[in-house]
Write a protein that binds this ligand. Structure first.
Ligand SMILES: *[C@@H]1O[C@H](CO)[C@@H](O)[C@H](O)[C@H]1NC(C)=O
Ligand SMILES: *[C@@H]1O[C@H](CO)[C@@H](O)[C@H](O)[C@H]1NC(C)=O
Ligand SMILES: *[C@@H]1O[C@H](CO)[C@@H](O)[C@H](O)[C@H]1NC(C)=O
Ligand SMILES: *[C@@H]1O[C@H](CO)[C@@H](O)[C@H](O)[C@H]1NC(C)=O
Ligand SMILES: *[C@@H]1O[C@H](CO)[C@@H](O)[C@H](O)[C@H]1NC(C)=O
Ligand SMILES: *[C@@H]1O[C@H](CO)[C@@H](O)[C@H](O)[C@H]1NC(C)=O
Ligand SMILES: *[C@@H]1O[C@H](CO)[C@@H](O)[C@H](O)[C@H]1NC(C)=O
Ligand SMILES: *[C@@H]1O[C@H](CO)[C@@H](O)[C@H](O)[C@H]1NC(C)=O
Ligand SMILES: *[C@@H]1O[C@H](CO)[C@@H](O)[C@H](O)[C@H]1NC(C)=O
Length: 896
């Protein structure tokens, strides 16, 4: 414990100077959304005379609600657009849907003025959600002057939903909704969004400033402490083009202490010690300095040095902020600017913004599924009151008739079941249903559907149950559907339906046709004994159900390749090659055994060359990977050979049928072992070290051994697979991209990866380099040390890196160690590993070690641990795990 843990903590300061991308644009309200809620759709848009902002009706943005108007006696206090409002008497959650630019920071404001619109004199209180996440609780009690909620939030998709949720008896309501896109690379956070706390400019003007002076329509309040400060102003133009672009009027005034030698102090109180915040300090030198004068000062936040010697630039602004969230002891914060000895002038500051961090951990539902379900909603004109906002999350607002899979908060939920039984549907079976590619159950029974049974249902790979009973469907049922394996199909009560061969339709004694109850799926040969096949079907189906309950299939791409057990080292040194689709069908025994499901499609067990096992990943057609990318990816993967990388055995590329065929990994993924989901004894420290060393070697090979080098982009514990000898191999290079080494050291690309493991610098800058993998690897290391989830909202610090940092300040390393290790480790080796992990997590990628350094360091940890000599419980995790590993019913569904 020689090192002081605090030394490991991550602080870093970012200093923005001009990026001066563009001169200040014309104030054209481009991208602005300004809704006057409750304004009649027949009323024209209007300009607010005080700001020049153009407001329009919210009709068409809200799906429900009624309009209201504040009472006459309040009209003297308020003006348009606050005079009208929309309120939501029906349903629990009501939402607005707004079109936005994806991955862009927006300033979002909602204004609430009650004004006794309902004559009840009862100020409402309700919850406000942004997409699936709670934004704020709006309590209007005592708010005669109304209230505003303001946030800066990065959009995750092309649409943004603002939802109003009833929490008591009062009806949620809203008067105005305003969205303003901000410049990229401003107000970035490590995670979470920014909730407005205050925004001051230091001036005696007494004037609030917003649009059109502020091109982004932020509202700046004047603040001045005349007892301590004097005001400095200028008429000259200040260059404000550093991205933040505050108004001229904000930067044209500043405060300095009256006494040259006094510090400039500013204090504020936050709700608690654990409240995280971001502060933005805007500076510009606006005094004309003589050649003898200097202004230079120290910037400190709560005594923590932010800047040792800072001089504002003449008539040009700079913004100082911390790249990591800050906290203040007891919630009491102080910002101090102190003149340096060399300086002849006191410190100066122009403006200050403060935001608290609000975490929005819940991901929105898979966007393809959302688009598909909305398409179906439109087709049938469904007006279910619960069908608003995100379809799947939060769980308590799950759309009526849907079921979703949202295994963990870091994976976008998917729609797995659609039940529109008895929903008075008319017309044909909506073609849009095909787009719900993750659908397992479809129940359209007891409606008035007409037309035929579409063939596309047979092509939906995940579907296990289809109930079309009690409709007026006609025509013949597609053969492919009847023959589809593992499908439970109910066609009862469609009197005009014909099944080829008369299998599904039988006439009863009265001469009217009646369909059979269930058509178990029969393989082409299985006409022989209907009962037999029914049983077989039941068996398969039952098993699958069990596996769903007991060992949920992970939807991250990696666990795709998880498997049951194989009996030999994959001897597949056969030439990497291209397989015909017919060969894929044969090798998977007609896709008999499902190993898992991933974002790109299903993964099946297969056998090549008689007895060598493989995992076959079928890429779904709707997957975002284009064909060209697929080819490029395959070519890349076929080049890569390393004992710590899961090998690509081959691929199939035949028309619509794309498949990747991988080496089979008998012991599944690392996370399963860490979570105990595989059963068996816990991995001991030595085994964990061995696994990370091997994973690090695999990664090191990608970075340094490949030509051109590769970035993995999705390093995480579910992507580290173990073979039957517990040898670790990195899987899933689906996200990898080659990157050039000479000249450019980074690649600008769309941010990909898994939340929690994602390098914040990459996220912020979009610049990909191999150090992003080092960051993710650091997270993996912490997971192995602590056995804590990467993100856990109920922990003091949700993110594992912050939590470890926080726990280390409290002293003993035992606080963070996985308790299941029972202290059985060499603490020297643990310390080294913790330090290494923290250095991998340095916010600045340049300061992170390379993978080669990581490998060396980890090998030394392992040597430390080995030299300790085995203790009683140390030795045999290997054996006991091997003994326990074939219990995973879910992955071995084939009967013996
Ligand atoms: C939002 O976008 C969708 C599709 O991109 C479009 O159909 C719709 O009209 C847009 N809505 C508005 C209000 O612009
Ligand atoms: C509402 O605003 C008026 C005028 O600005 C002020 O006098 C009054 O105190 C405010 N009321 C509340 C409850 O804040
Ligand atoms: C911000 O950057 C993202 C991609 O990184 C881009 O899609 C978006 O349009 C940019 N937004 C603005 C306002 O420039
Ligand atoms: C502001 O400063 C930047 C960088 O120093 C410069 O590129 C830009 O031209 C300046 N803008 C004006 C209006 O002077
Ligand atoms: C500023 O704060 C320091 C201590 O943090 C204190 O010594 C000093 O008196 C304060 N100055 C003023 C002007 O409040
Ligand atoms: C669909 O919902 C109905 C009740 O509304 C229920 O009886 C039926 O079992 C559901 N279908 C499935 C496949 O779960
Ligand atoms: C189907 O439509 C017929 C008339 O078109 C109507 O009589 C019947 O009630 C409808 N059935 C259902 C279940 O809505
Ligand atoms: C439709 O059939 C499926 C499978 O046979 C069954 O689970 C479901 O409950 C049925 N739906 C209704 C409304 O009976
Ligand atoms: C099915 O019914 C529709 C009318 O609902 C009719 O137009 C169509 O021809 C019928 N198809 C068959 C194959 O009978």
């Amino acid at each position: 414990m020689e090192k002081h843990p605090q030394a490991l903590l991550i602080f870093s300061l970012i200093f923005i100077t001009f990026s001066a991308l563009h001169p200040v644009e014309a104030q054209d309200q481009k991208g602005f959304i300004s809704l006057d809620c409750g304004l009649s759709p027949t009323d024209p848009s209007f300009n607010d005379p005080s700001t020049g902002l153009t407001y329009s009706t919210d009709d068409g943005f809200a799906h429900s609600g009624k309009t209201g108007k504040i009472k006459k006696e309040f009209e003297s206090i308020f003006s348009k657009p606050a005079l009208t409002l929309r309120y939501f008497p029906d349903g629990v959650r009501n939402c607005y849907t707004l079109n936005v630019t994806q991955d862009t920071n927006y300033l979002i404001k909602a204004v609430f003025v009650y004004g006794n619109y309902d004559d009840l004199n009862n100020y409402p209180s309700f919850d406000l959600y942004l997409g699936p996440n709670l934004w704020s609780t709006v309590d209007m009690n005592g708010r005669t002057n109304g209230t505003i909620e303001e946030i800066i939030h990065r959009t995750r998709s092309k649409s943004l939903q603002i939802c109003f949720v009833k929490t008591g008896t009062s009806n949620p309501m809203v008067n105005t909704i305003e969205l303003r896109p901000l410049k990229n690379n401003t107000y970035n956070t490590q995670s979470g969004s920014l909730k407005y706390f205050f925004r001051y400019y230091f001036s005696t003007s007494g004037r609030n400033i917003r649009y059109p002076n502020d091109v982004h329509d932020r509202k700046w309040y004047p603040f001045f402490d005349s007892k301590e400060w004097t005001e400095v102003t200028t008429d000259l133009n200040v260059n404000t083009s550093n991205g933040y672009e505050p108004p001229q009027a904000v930067m044209a005034s500043a405060s300095t202490p009256i006494s040259t030698f006094a510090p400039w102090n500013f204090t504020w109180s936050l709700p608690s010690s654990t409240t995280q915040f971001y502060v933005y300090l805007h500076f510009a030198e606006i005094e004309t300095l003589s050649s003898l004068d200097t202004r230079e000062f120290k910037v400190e936040l709560n005594g923590k040095l932010a800047y040792e010697r800072y001089s504002p630039r003449t008539l040009a602004m700079e913004t100082i902020f911390f790249s990591t969230p800050q906290q203040c002891e007891g919630g009491e914060c102080i910002l101090e600017l102190t003149k340096t000895p060399k300086s002849t002038l006191p410190p100066l500051i122009n403006a200050l913004e403060l935001f608290t961090v609000i975490d929005f951990p819940q991901l929105e539902t898979n966007q393809d599924d959302v688009a598909a379900i909305k398409g179906i909603q439109n087709t049938y004109g469904l007006s279910k009151v619960s069908w608003q906002g995100d379809p799947c999350v939060p769980k308590q607002f799950l759309w009526d008739g849907l079921n979703c899979n949202s295994l963990d908060i870091s994976t976008p939920p998917i729609v797995t079941s659609l039940n529109l039984s008895s929903s008075q549907l008319t017309g044909i079976i909506a073609p849009g249903i095909e787009n719900l590619i993750h659908l397992q159950e479809l129940d359209l029974s007891n409606n008035n559907l007409t037309g035929g049974v579409p063939e596309f249902l047979a092509g939906m790979k995940s579907l296990l149950v289809i109930n079309l009973s009690g409709n007026n469907l006609n025509g013949s049922v597609p053969q492919t559907l009847l023959q589809k394996k593992g499908l439970k199909l109910n066609l009862e009560g469609n009197s005009d339906l014909i099944c080829p061969g008369g299998l599904c339709v039988s006439k009863d004694g009265n001469g009217s046709k009646k369909t059979n109850v269930v058509i178990p799926v029969v393989a082409s040969v299985a006409f022989v004994v209907v009962l037999g096949s029914a049983l077989a079907f039941f068996f398969v189906f039952k098993k699958r159900k069990t596996s769903n309950n007991e060992a949920p299939i992970s939807y991250t791409q990696v666990s795709d390749v998880r498997t049951a057990r194989s009996n030999s080292e994959p001897a597949i040194m056969t030439k990497n090659r291209r397989f015909a689709y017919s060969e894929v069908v044969t090798m998977t025994n007609n896709f008999k055994r499902v190993l898992g499901k991933g974002g790109f499609g299903m993964v099946y067990h297969g056998t090549v060359n008689g007895n060598e096992q493989v995992a076959v990943k079928m890429l779904s057609h709707s997957s975002s990977q284009g064909y060209k990318e697929f080819k490029a990816e395959v070519e890349l993967l076929l080049r890569v050979h390393h004992k710590n990388l899961v090998g690509l055995v081959g691929y199939c590329d035949e028309g619509e049928n794309l498949a990747l065929i991988y080496e089979y990994m008998a012991n599944g993924d690392l996370r399963e072992h860490m979570s105990g989901n595989r059963g068996g004894s816990i991995l001991n420290w030595e085994t964990r070290l061995k696994i990370v060393v091997e994973s690090a070697q695999g990664l090191e090979y990608l970075h340094n051994g490949c030509k051109p080098p590769m970035v993995h982009r999705d390093v995480k514990t579910t992507n580290i697979l173990l073979n039957e000898h517990f040898q670790a191999k990195l899987a899933d290079f689906g996200l990898s991209r080659s990157f050039p080494i000479e000249g450019e050291t980074h690649v600008s690309t769309v941010v990909a990866g898994t939340p929690g493991y994602l390098d914040p610098e990459y996220y912020r800058t979009n610049w990909l380099n191999e150090k992003s993998d080092v960051y993710s690897f650091g997270i993996v290391l912490l997971e192995l040390i602590t056995n804590q989830p990467v993100i856990n909202q109920s922990r003091e610090k949700p993110h594992i890196a912050e939590w470890v940092g926080f726990m280390l300040t409290k002293g003993d390393i035992k606080n963070i160690m996985d308790p299941k290790l029972y202290g059985d480790y060499d603490s020297g080796s643990v310390w080294r590993a913790v330090e290494l992990a923290m250095s991998c997590l340095n916010p600045s990628s340049a300061r992170r070690p390379t993978m080669s350094q990581v490998v060396i360091e980890l090998n030394e940890c392992l040597a430390n641990e080995n030299s300790r000599g085995g203790t009683s419980q140390n030795m045999n995790s290997q054996t006991s795990i091997e003994m326990s590993m074939n219990f995973d019913i879910g992955t071995t569904p084939d009967a013996r």
